[in-house]
Design a protein around this ligand. Structure first.
Ligand code: GLU
Length: 612
């Protein structure tokens, strides 16, 4: 797919004509020249990597004005809600990871969406037919899959715990971008076109994202005054304005009676959310997961995300092997097998720990990993799916062979967004946020300018009382989001994360291996072609990966198939961001050079001497 870069300079004049509200004194926006896309930036004084130059510029502006990494991360995330509205925004949830330079501790916030209290465990069964709804279109475009959003509460909590700005100040750059607009690129247009049928099904979504009946043209300026007004209200009144009052009432009305157009043929099952669900929503302060890998300390997100346990278990398994001493193909074979084993355990044991007993300590135990590594044949791929390990009894010795499991389907889709920020004091944020599907539920809250998520599709669709990810009222669906901060002797070495549904886990894992074991720089590690082993019969891979390694891996018994699904037109896996902390004190921000149209890496000062 060819991508057109956001031509900010070309529309500076047009943007200048846009009157912005005088109600709030907005910080000066970063110099538009700095919003050109750059995949790698090295420098000092703070750094940011996001998928979008507007969001990166918002973070840099906050850092320059003395804000810290938490402040800048919230400013960037709110801006992504404007410029990447199909991936993330206040209608969704996410996971925020923070390294505090003063205490040298990593803390996390679980801002995952929850199921409404009134959601029955047969919510995904069609009452008319008594059969499960189809995933597409019924569940994906529905009120029933809308979880109670966690993102506004995450921003508020992150600022309260670690920030120096209040929410009102942190939202200013995003309000400015929403009002003056951003330049539509090919990725934004294509994502709109991919969703045209769904967006056309709702009056509110059609009016906002299909003006004049078509996706906004490449090069046009897209404004979202409704979202600016919603942000402004939250800026003024705090998140109470979202979790209560008119906005909450309108969210509930939208979920219970989606604003369908007269002509749509989409079924759109209705949802169960009430204003009480919104009033009761709470983010969770959580300890991170931690594993040691080749002298580094790797911190990730604990359940309700499966990211930390699955990346961590895979690394623990791989630590039993000298990947550096292997041929690249042998190292990749071990990566595929280790990841598949960890995914088997993810499926069997990981869900919301408030509802199921998740054996997090065991999944991250080196002895358990040693025992799991017995399943890896260095010369041949195991038949997939491999079975989960025994978390009740393990001693590191190789158990008797178990029969492979029945095949499972993976319905997780590719969307979401990720950002990495570091400040001059050494604080670091890794933050992944989402509305699940690209375009979420497809339903905009009328007059409010944001899409509602369809995160509850991350629950297992068929209810099984033994499944840790079964639907339960008030529960968080299992996530794959894997914001990760890696320390060396308690000082930052690398922070990274990615979107991509369950491929997030493999993107983060493969990028760590590329950097730590396979001798790549952080930028090379991000750009390298990806494969996503998730314990399926086939291994979804980018075409460039298949070209480079397909024949050799197929000889070992792996069946590589091109990535991509029914929803997206790109055969890409992930859209990662990262910052590496170099021994000389400089920072290298790395973004995707190509995927999703290319990301945006920026630093506060390109050299030690220059700058503010
Ligand atoms: N819903 C996914 C998760 O929590 C993220 C969505 C995506 O990246 O596609 O894991």
């Amino acid at each position: 797919m060819t991508h057109v870069r956001r031509q900010l300079a070309a529309v500076t004049a047009a943007l200048a004509l846009t009157a912005t509200s005088g109600a709030m004194a907005s910080p000066a926006f970063a110099d538009p020249r700095e919003t050109d896309k750059t995949a790698t930036a090295t420098g000092y004084g703070g750094a940011v990597s996001t998928v979008d130059p507007e969001a990166s510029a918002a973070a840099i502006e906050v850092l320059r004005k003395g804000g810290n990494a938490a402040d800048a991360a919230v400013a960037a995330a709110a801006t992504l809600g404007v410029t990447e509205p199909y991936s993330a925004g206040i209608g969704g949830g996410g996971y925020f990871v923070f390294y505090d330079a003063k205490t040298q501790q990593v803390g996390t916030i679980d801002g995952r969406e929850t199921a409404p209290v009134g959601m029955p465990n047969d919510a995904f069964i069609d009452p008319a037919t008594k059969k499960p709804y189809n995933f597409t279109p019924e569940l994906v475009t529905s009120g029933v899959s809308v979880g109670v959003p966690g993102t506004p509460a995450t921003w508020e909590r992150a600022l309260e715990r670690w920030g120096t700005l209040d929410l009102g100040q942190a939202l200013k750059p995003a309000i400015k971008v929403a009002n003056r607009g951003f330049v539509v690129d090919e990725t934004f247009r294509q994502q709109t076109l991919d969703n045209k049928l769904r967006f056309d099904a709702f009056t509110s979504t059609r009016d906002l994202f299909l003006p004049g009946g078509d996706a906004p043209a490449v090069g046009s300026v897209f404004k979202n005054h409704d979202l600016a007004a919603t942000y402004r209200q939250i800026a003024k009144e705090g998140t109470d304005a979202f979790y209560g009052g008119p906005i909450a009432e309108e969210i509930v009305k939208t979920v219970q009676t989606p604003p369908k157009t007269a002509t749509t043929g989409l079924p759109v099952p209705v949802g169960f959310m009430t204003t009480q669900d919104l009033a009761n929503y709470k983010v969770l302060d959580q300890d991170p997961t931690e594993v040691k890998y080749r002298g580094y300390e790797v911190y990730g997100m604990a359940p309700s995300s499966s990211g930390g346990t699955t990346v961590g278990e895979s690394l623990n398994i791989l630590e039993n092997y000298d990947l550096k001493g292997m041929t690249p193909v042998d190292a990749l074979h071990h990566y595929i097998e280790a990841s598949s084993l960890a995914f088997a355990d993810r499926g069997a044991y990981v869900g919301d720990p408030a509802f199921v007993n998740v054996p997090t300590t065991t999944l991250l135990d080196d002895v358990f990993a040693k025992e799991r590594s017995c399943e890896i044949d260095p010369t041949a791929a195991a038949p997939k799916p491999v079975a989960p390990g025994n978390v009740k009894e393990y001693d590191g010795a190789c158990p008797a062979a178990v029969a492979p499991l029945a095949k499972d389907s993976d319905t997780e889709n590719i969307s979401t967004t990720n950002l990495t920020v570091a400040d001059k004091w050494g604080n670091v944020v890794e933050y992944t946020l989402t509305i699940e599907q690209t375009g979420g539920s497809g339903i905009v809250v009328p007059g409010r300018g944001f899409l509602l998520n369809n995160e509850l599709t991350d629950f297992s669709t068929v209810y099984d009382p033994k499944d840790p990810n079964r639907i339960e009222p008030n529960k968080r669906p299992r996530s794959s989001m894997s914001p990760t901060i890696i320390l060396k002797d308690q000082k930052p070495f690398l922070a990274l994360g990615s979107p991509g549904g369950s491929t997030i886990i493999t993107t983060v894992l493969q990028t760590i291996l590329n950097r730590v074991d396979l001798g790549m720089t952080v930028s090379e590690a991000l750009a390298a072609p990806r494969t996503s082993p998730r314990n399926g019969a086939t291994v979804s891979s980018e075409p460039a990966f298949i070209e480079a390694h397909g024949p050799a891996l197929e000889q070992l018994g792996h069946d590589l198939v091109p990535a991509g699904d029914a929803f997206t037109s790109a055969a890409e896996i992930g859209a990662a961001t990262a910052i590496e902390f170099n021994p000389d004190g400089s920072l290298t921000a790395a973004a995707e050079p190509e995927r999703r149209g290319g990301g945006s890496a920026m630093v506060v000062k390109p050299t030690k001497k220059l700058g503010r």
